[in-house]
Design a protein around this ligand. Structure first.
Ligand code: ADP
Length: 608
């Protein structure tokens, strides 16, 4: 027997065995094509083995040797046909024509393999010896060659019809197999005795398949990437959904808060009813805080929460925090102590609204979880060069936190000792958001607590000191007093009728005349017709033409110089800066906050 045959085929048999062991011993993904590859490996191993046995049989002289050799040869040809069909099916599965669950196509491949196997089994086959190797001929052999030709044409079709993706490494094994087949046809035409290269060439193809596409590690990484992309998309969808929801919830809340505030000012409403209206306002505020909390946490998780640094008045921020806390304390028997370090410069550079949010969270908790005694809100400053480290602490004589619970405090949705705290409202989001915000500003938060005695939350954050402030002094002054103005006219633009009504009533309470339109187009028409206004309150999210687009068109009108304020339920942090960048003079979030409205009216429509 030809020793080249034995060496080559034994070698390829060993390689096939190693591939099988490596492939099946690793954790794999189970796509159709991966399962086909596994089966193809086993099939080629068996084919290779039979090919080798066939070669060895030529040297042995048995009774019925010729008959047995013809039979084994037929089995060998059938195995080759099935392997090639399986390979064609594999290529189909990774081609652009593949559709999941296409049972008809699966059936077609199975039918093709069975039909051809039967044909080879029943058609006559001749085996002749040439030298120390053998030559097969006859109808079964011709039939096999015809099938091979057909399958190769099919493979070429799959590759050529997807030329765009030719760079994709998934077609490398297919192209290789086609090149191998052409080489073998040429070689065999020149040297007919070299008919033993079929098995090694198959094993080479399988090896290339393994290293280019089928290595379970490569597949696993692909799977993980797909899973990560899907998770990221789902998370983004969640954030989008939540910001949409927040917008939708804010719109009706705007009416609730707006009309309730008006009722509180209405002298004809009896005091008994006003108490209930106050409860409505408080509940609406709570709801708004929950919506904001959910929105914040989803933004934090999507890494979309940004710190927006601006110059701000430290003193004003402290005053607002004290006023807010006192309001929330109501008539609880708690002494509210404050202690602000006078050496802290008045104008600092940082994200004041987020610092405020942090303080509000820990102050509100102190108020919620303290029945009596005192709460101390203290801020001290450590100045180094142009940086002031703010050390903010809130200490209370409240219910305290058990030692074992301190670590859980900052987990989202975690609420401690629920049985005892059932009456205290909360979502368990406040401290999770607080911690993330502090970290985003490179600060630290520490908790000290004695269960039953009280707690102390300390936050430290660095803020830059502004030597030459660019914010106008008036902005650091109190503008929150309600004023009455005269002879002022404001154009209201909003697609929502109820929102228009709220704004009309609120502005009328300042003595301001209003005119309302329901679209940007109508607003443009009014200005083009030369109507005069002292201010425009412009909603952003309107169908067909948004507020931002409307403003752009307004600014194109020669001589347009009316103060334009964005009034929108798109109230994420950072939105104010966005709207100012878009060219608005100022920004009001819905639901309209009384103090904010006072500020805007005071600033732009004050008679003085
Ligand atoms: P919640 O909306 O429940 O207040 P937080 O995240 O703000 O959520 O707080 C988480 C939990 O930490 C609270 O449910 C409460 O059990 C506990 N906690 C927070 N602050 C205090 C405090 N000052 N005193 C006692 N317990 C507190």
């Amino acid at each position: 027997m030809n020793s080249g045959f034995i060496v080559l085929n034994t070698f390829s048999l060993i390689i096939a065995l190693i591939l099988i062991i490596v492939f099946f011993s690793k954790e794999r993904v189970h796509h159709t094509e991966d399962n086909i590859y596994g089966n193809l490996l086993k099939l080629i191993f068996v084919t290779n083995l039979i090919g080798l046995i066939l070669g060895l049989m030529l040297d042995v002289n048995w009774e019925y040797k010729d008959f047995i050799i013809v039979c084994v040869n037929k089995v060998y040809l059938i195995l080759l046909i099935v392997s090639l069909t399986l390979f064609a099916y594999y290529t189909y599965c990774i081609s652009r024509y593949f559709k999941n669950n296409s049972k008809k196509v699966n059936g077609l491949f199975v039918f093709f393999a069975i039909l051809n196997s039967l044909m080879v089994a029943f058609l006559p086959l001749d085996v002749d010896s040439i030298g120390d190797s053998s030559m097969t001929s006859g109808m079964a052999m011709n039939y096999t060659l015809a099938v091979f030709g057909l399958v190769y044409l099919f493979l070429m079709f799959l590759v050529l019809s997807d030329l765009k993706n030719l760079k994709n490494k998934k077609f490398i094994p297919v192209i290789l197999l086609i090149i191998e087949a052409i080489t073998m046809i040429i070689l065999q035409a020149l040297y007919p005795e070299l008919n033993y290269l079929v098995n090694p060439s198959w094993v080479i193809t399988l090896m290339v398949m393994y290293f280019t596409i089928e290595n379970p590690d490569i597949k696993m990484i692909e799977q993980l990437n797909i899973a990560r992309d899907t998770a990221e998309k789902a998370n983004e969808a969640k954030t989008d959904f939540l910001s949409n929801m927040s917008h939708e919830i804010r719109t009706p809340l705007n009416a609730i808060v707006g009309f309730s505030n008006l009722l509180l000012e209405d002298k004809s409403v009896p005091n008994s009813a006003k108490d209930e209206v106050r409860d409505i306002v408080m509940s609406a505020d709570n709801l708004l805080e929950i919506v904001n909390g959910i929105l914040d946490i989803s933004k934090i998780e999507a890494n979309k929460l940004e710190i927006v640094n601006t110059e701000y008045s430290f003193k004003k921020m402290c005053e607002e925090l004290v006023a807010l806390s006192k309001g929330r304390l109501g008539d609880k028997p708690i002494e509210f102590k404050t202690n602000f370090d006078p050496s802290i410069p008045n104008v600092l550079y940082g994200d004041s609204s987020r610092i405020k949010q942090i303080c509000v969270n820990i102050l509100t908790n102190a108020i919620k979880y303290t029945k009596e005694g005192w709460i101390e809100f203290k801020i001290s400053g450590v100045i180094k060069n142009d940086v002031c480290r703010l050390i903010i602490s809130v200490e209370d004589t409240g219910i305290g936190i058990k030692k074992e619970n301190i670590d859980k405090l900052f987990n989202k949705f975690e609420r401690l000792d629920l049985e005892e705290n059932v009456t205290i409202e909360g979502t368990g989001l406040g401290l999770a958001i607080t911690k993330k915000l502090v970290e985003l500003m490179n600060g630290k938060i520490v908790v000290q607590s004695v269960f039953g005695k009280g707690s102390k939350f300390t936050v430290s954050i660095d803020q830059r000191i502004v030597k030459n402030p660019t914010i106008k002094l008036e902005e650091t002054q109190d503008l929150s007093e309600k004023i009455i103005t005269h002879n002022k006219k404001v154009l209201l633009v909003d697609d929502n009728k109820i929102n228009l009504k709220v704004a009309e009533r609120l502005l009328e309470s300042y003595g301001i005349d209003t005119e309302s339109v329901e679209s940007g187009f109508a607003a443009l028409e009014k200005i083009q017709n030369g109507e005069k206004y002292d201010m425009i309150l412009l909603d952003d999210m309107m169908p067909k033409m948004s507020g931002v687009e409307t403003l752009k068109k307004l600014k194109e009108i020669p001589g347009f110089n009316i103060i334009t304020i964005a009034l929108t339920a798109n109230a994420l942090t950072g939105m104010k800066e966005k709207y100012l960048n878009d060219g608005f003079d100022d920004y009001l979030a819905k639901p309209i906050n009384k103090e904010e409205l006072n500020r805007v009216i005071n600033k732009y429509l004050n008679d003085d």
